[in-house]
Design a protein around this ligand. Structure first.
Ligand code: ZN
Length: 138
């Protein structure tokens, strides 16, 4: 049995839905989780100043996300979790989720890892997935 929830992805105004398998409990890093029928609005892919293609500070990302009514954001800088870690440190709102992530370039394409604690070292597709899972990430 799977639980369905919908999430509004702020990037490009797209909407998506995801199925959470029944055995998949909410991730412990997220203190808020939507009750049945409620919507959790998250931005799951944004770069900060720790990426070569962004000038946004983590503080600015949080400010804009909250202003726009989001419940949380995942900071997914290229090849590093530094932006997410800094955003987690400066987040003063316990009702706003900051997810530490990274966008990793692999031999066959980019992979986004969420709920990370350590930098991803490999650039091999399957090894990157293993590294994400080994640290409890999605
Ligand atoms: Zn990206």
């Amino acid at each position: 049995m799977a639980r369905r929830y919908t999430a509004q992805f702020a990037s490009g105004g797209r909407y998506g839905s995801a199925v959470v398998p029944a055995h998949q409990k909410r991730h412990p890093a997220i203190s808020l989780w939507p009750a049945r029928g409620e919507e959790l609005i998250l931005e799951l892919h944004i770069h900060s100043q720790f990426s070569y293609d962004s000038l946004l500070t983590p503080e600015k990302i949080l400010k804009v996300a909250k202003y726009n009514g989001l419940n949380g954001t995942a900071i997914t800088d290229h090849e590093t979790i530094k932006g997410g870690l800094l955003a987690q440190r400066v987040n003063r709102d316990s009702g706003f989720a900051v997810i530490v992530g990274s966008e990793v370039r692999t031999d066959v394409g980019d992979i986004i890892g969420l709920f990370l604690h350590q930098e991803i070292k490999s650039r091999n597709y399957l090894e990157v997935i293993d590294e994400i899972r080994d640290q409890g990430g999605w």
